[in-house]
Design a protein around this ligand. Structure first.
Ligand code: GUN
Length: 292
């Protein structure tokens, strides 16, 4: 069984991003990323903090906006417009999910598609579906694809099952794996909460991607011997023995599933670090395209 080390792969990607950022800065302007979060969800705060720290380590121009939970739609859209017009900002990310009173889809549509480093704008979603390489692709599925490639997993002709149909992970993951070319050409099934006999569907998978958001839902009954299992879940569960009062577990019951696998990602240290690394790559790409 191969343990897929996302932290190590992400470290190599980030080292390259740092080189690129240095060169771009010397050419006249550092890559700039703006991260916006509304409200005080602790997990979102941790992700946003981690994105900002990574930007600083890489020498990016980094801007963080932490807005109160009662921020109005109009105020949020106003900030997005301001960031669209800011020449020093190449990438804009509005952390998901926002509070319930915010119309998230409407906010995403306001982001300049050329600065949409999350790949959530309908223009970029359409480009991904149309296999247009100029698309910005959502960071988590892009990171999963890179991890598979870096781990020597051949996706061409493989049976891939993606559990979860979100716009952030499941749908773009399925599009990436079925796209023509390296890291693609798989036969893809999207499974979800209404799938009949989920375990049987999952057992068809040579490559199983779990993006459900339910702690340890994928057990040994869901996994064929010799499968590659990618765990996208980051779930906080109470743990009195931990000084934070919680610990992180994936959507996969790692201890029971790992012995069956050809390769598996751990949580933490698997997909999580790749998401941030892909965000940094997307921001470099946006900076290159926008110019100085
Ligand atoms: N929430 C969870 N993952 C993501 C992500 O990749 N981007 C944004 N904006 N919000 C998220």
């Amino acid at each position: 069984m191969q343990l897929i080390d996302g932290k190590a792969v992400a470290g190599r990607v980030l080292a390259q991003c740092k080189d690129d950022a240095m060169r771009l800065t010397a050419e006249g302007r550092a890559p700039g990323l703006a991260v916006v979060m509304v409200g005080d969800d602790p997990a979102s705060r941790a992700y946003v903090g981690s994105k900002e720290r990574t930007c600083v380590q890489l020498g990016f121009h980094s801007v963080k906006h932490e807005l109160p939970a009662d921020t109005t739609q109009q105020q949020l859209v106003g900030l997005v417009r301001q960031l669209n017009d800011d020449p020093e900002i190449d990438g804009i990310l509005v952390q998901s999910p926002p509070p319930a009173h915010i119309d998230e889809a409407a906010v995403v549509r306001m982001i300049d598609p050329a600065k949409d480093v999350d790949g959530f704008h309908p223009d970029n979603v359409a480009k991904l579906a149309m296999e247009d390489d100029s698309a910005f692709v959502p960071c988590t599925p892009l990171g999963v694809q890179r991890l598979l490639q870096e781990s020597g997993v051949d996706t061409a002709g493989a049976e891939a099952v993606v559990v979860g149909r979100s716009m952030i992970v499941g749908k773009p993951m399925a599009l990436l794996l079925s796209r023509r070319g390296p890291g693609g050409d798989a036969t893809v099934t999207i499974a979800h909460s209404r799938t009949r006999d989920l375990a049987a569907v999952c057992r068809r998978a040579d490559i199983l991607v779990a993006a459900i958001g339910r702690p340890r839902m994928i057990g040994p009954d869901h996994v064929k011997d010799g499968a590659v299992v990618i765990d996208v879940g980051i779930n906080r569960i109470e743990d009195a023995g931990d000084k934070r009062g919680y610990r992180l577990v994936g959507d996969v019951d790692f201890d029971l599933v790992a012995p069956r696998c050809r390769a598996i990602t751990p949580v933490p240290g698997g997909v999580g670090p790749m998401t941030i690394a892909m965000l940094m790559e997307n921001t470099i790409r946006a900076r290159r395209r926008r110019g100085v």
